[in-house]
Design a protein around this ligand. Sequence first.
Ligand code: CU
Length: 179
Amino acid sequence: MEIHAYEKLWLALALVLIVGFIGTITYGAAGAGIDMIDDKGGTVDPATLDQHPKFGDPGIERNGENSYDVYVVARQFVFEPGTTEPLRVPAGSTVTFHVTAADVIHGFEVVGTNANTMAIPGQVAEFTVEFGEPGEYGMLCNEYCGSGHHVMEGKIVVMEQDEFDSWYEQQQAQGEAEN
Ligand SMILES: [Cu+2]
């Protein structure tokens, strides 16, 4: 059987395209430092979130030399913390986020980074982000969650370490005064 030269050319081109498309998907899924968020964050009862040891008073907690845990509750139509108060983290730190929702499904996206997850009532999404330089990041909800969805946003402020330390100490002191 004889295959026409043009036909061979088109076959080869189609093959290159198929391999190329598979390549871009593979790179996007595994090569760009993207981790999928799984169920390792565990579950919570969204109805009693207020009494939860961490989500009852969500915020940042130091868990090591330069690493922190951040607890965030998404609800219609705010992030706590993030919306009324910016979420503050120090520059050069490793931050593990624990994100859940109190009412309906929300999204939690840190604009300009890979951090992007669904916030599902009853489920905790856990992922780790490294913050390098001081700066500000927008935070937004990317799952339609109701009439105020378009205003559901917040802010992460990455502070200089010493600035953060004094703010953090002040927070701790306030927390103790309340308890
Ligand atoms: Cu929303």
